[in-house]
Design a protein around this ligand. Structure first.
Ligand code: AG3
Length: 587
């Protein structure tokens, strides 16, 4: 849309979102939309905001309010440091607003700016000289025209502060939002150094800040979110996410800032050291504890007599949806109308799936949602429906991005008694090294040969193109995985992409029914992770299955659980001893 005539007037409307926008009246087009070879650039003049830089239809700055953004992104890290910075690296930032602010710090001996698009530098310098004021004349300033992701690899341990002043991760900046890049930023920092990234509008771009948070959390020793609001970036609260090299760097950020600001010898218009440590602790806490989804896995004994057929199990699914307040999506998928031994029924729900299968007298149930899961309601309603006395339960935090030890602690194994409505004290799974899980003498299989089990995998840092493609994920579930494991498929892989109604869970899902079980998986394009549940009764090569799956989706690491399913006769302690958790890293 961008420029639109309204009567005699020319208006600009931002193109970032497909369903919302903001606009302003343009008094003059200073630089008409020009293809720079990297992006489309335009500079407009307005009465209200002064000149405005627009890249690919998205406002980058206005002369009126650029100070808010540039002050926060430059001074927050610079004042938070324990030792005054000497070398500042800026990736992007061709308008020079960040460089201008960084050069105000007297300790700074060198500001290196790596901008991929020379035309941004040249045209901003010419048409918005107040933004780069003084920068090009300052001998401490060095401009490199090049790809920041490349250049940074030659800067190991050289930079005290690294500012990523990029566009959104949809244009030329895409390569700046992945793990390899974050790692090279970490390597380029000095000990105690800080990096800060623009990470988008919190509400309108709800995955940018959480996504960057998770990446930065993994690559750096500590993370902080800094927020501000301006006019240029529509949508209220806007985020900057900072990472530190070394622990405890942010703990003293506020104290350091207050001291350093006093001594700085200059004053800012927007940045303030008094609110610079953890400006939005509640939001930060939410990011820290957020997880992709949760799952309750239950084995319940079915009373003697006839076993439920597909219609009855479909009713269980409908009732469970009500109990957990989830809308069902589409019709149940099942392998056999009688739902005989080992046969599965799956019902997609608005944020993932629930499923049933039967092993002998045991109904093996899973309820997975990517929203709040009322766990007790799910258990009670299932026990009531099947008129069963107790359930052996595994409660799993899925996709939490935490360390495997923390994930283990948040995994709970317990028994739930229908009559008393009480849960037994929870036990934990066994944490093992993946080498042990992959060893031929791994007791899980040795002691329980030919019994039912479940392999649960959360695979992180996957390749966007792979996991966003329904055919690619269907191919994995329907062809590749059965080939790897020797498991026999029943019917074809069903791989709808209804985004599960919620943006958080956008991406395809796959159900592949198997002989004696099923393979159910969801692919989150926003979190770049996949969650997989395979329940079968036939042993397969775990190492091959897990590693090749990671390779197929180009995942960097996986957290896996192994659960003994289909067994309510065993004491809970035994069940817990037979439940394993381990992490697998890319080789
Ligand atoms: N770089 C950050 C622009 C972000 C716009 N995104 C948005 N509104 N969601 C600006 C460059 C200024 N030096």
């Amino acid at each position: 849309m961008a420029l639109v005539k309204k009567g005699k007037d020319l208006w600009f409307f931002e193109d970032l979102y497909s369903d919302t926008t903001y606009g302003f009246k343009v008094s003059r087009v200073i630089v008409p939309e020009t293809d720079t070879g990297f992006q489309k650039l335009m500079i407009l003049e307005t009465d209200r905001f002064g000149r405005v830089l627009v890249l690919d239809g998205i406002v980058q700055l206005t002369e009126e309010d650029e100070g808010i953004y540039h002050e926060w992104i430059a001074h927050w890290p610079l004042f938070a440091l324990k030792k005054p910075a000497q070398h500042v690296l800026i990736i992007g930032g061709g308008d020079c607003g960040v460089a201008r602010e960084a050069l105000r710090h007297k300790s700074v001996e060198k500001v290196t700016m790596v901008e991929i698009d020379r035309m941004v530098c040249d045209l901003c310098r010419r048409h918005m000289p107040s933004v780069s004021e003084g920068v090009y004349d300052d001998p401490r300033f060095k401009l490199i025209i090049g790809d920041g992701a490349e250049v940074i690899r030659q800067m190991k341990g050289k930079c005290d502060v690294i500012v990523i002043d990029s566009t959104d991760p949809i244009g030329p900046a895409r390569s700046l939002f992945n793990t390899d890049f974050y790692r090279s930023v970490y390597d380029a920092l000095t000990d105690g150094g800080i990096t800060i990234h623009q990470t988008g509008a919190l509400i309108l771009q709800p995955f940018e800040a959480p996504g960057s948070w998770r990446q930065i959390e993994r690559s750096f020793d500590d993370v902080r979110v800094v927020q501000f609001a301006n006019i240029s970036y529509m949508g209220g609260p806007f985020s900057l996410t900072a990472g530190s090299k070394g622990r405890g760097v942010f703990k003293n950020a506020e104290r350091n800032a207050l001291k350093a600001y006093k001594k700085a010898g200059f004053r800012t218009s927007w940045y303030s050291p008094g609110i610079s440590a953890v400006p939005y602790p509640e939001f930060q806490k939410r990011l820290e504890t957020d997880k992709y989804g949760e799952e309750i896995v239950m084995d319940i004994d079915l009373p003697a007599g006839g076993f439920p057929d597909a219609r009855r199990v479909a009713n269980w699914a409908a009732q469970t949806c009500e109990a957990i307040k989830m809308k069902a999506f589409g019709k149940p998928i099942y392998s056999d109308p009688r739902l005989g031994e080992g046969a599965t029924l799956v019902q997609y729900v608005e944020t993932s799936a629930i499923n049933y299968r039967r092993y002998g007298r045991v109904a093996a149930l899973n309820c997975f949602t990517c929203a709040a899961l009322p766990v007790d309601d799910a258990i009670r309603s299932s026990l009531d429906y099947f008129k069963s006395g107790k359930a052996v339960c595994w409660h799993l935090p899925r996709g939490s991005f935490a360390d495997v030890r923390k994930i283990r602690k948040n995994t709970r194994i317990y028994e739930y008694d229908r009559r008393s409505g009480k849960a037994s004290p929870a036990l934990l799974p066994r944490l093992i090294d993946c080498a042990d899980a992959f060893a031929p003498e791994f007791p899980f299989f040795r002691e329980r040969s030919a019994a039912e089990f479940e392999l649960v995998m959360d695979i992180y840092d996957c390749d966007y193109d792979r996991i966003s493609s329904s055919p690619a994920v269907a191919r994995w579930a329907g062809i590749e995985f059965p080939k790897l494991t020797g498991l026999k498929t029943v019917g074809k892989a069903d791989a709808p992409d209804f985004g599960h109604a919620k943006k958080k869970t956008a991406g395809p899902s796959v159900v592949q029914l198997l002989r004696g079980g099923s393979n159910i998986s969801h692919y989150s394009v926003n979190w770049l992770m996949i969650v997989v549940n395979i329940v079968v009764r036939q042993e397969f090569d775990l190492e091959k299955a897990i590693r090749r799956t990671m390779k197929y989706f180009r995942g960097k690491y996986a957290v896996c659980w192994l659960l003994p399913r289909g067994n309510t006769g065993e004491p809970l302690k035994k069940v817990a001893e037979n439940t394993y958790i381990f992490m697998v890293e890319e080789k």
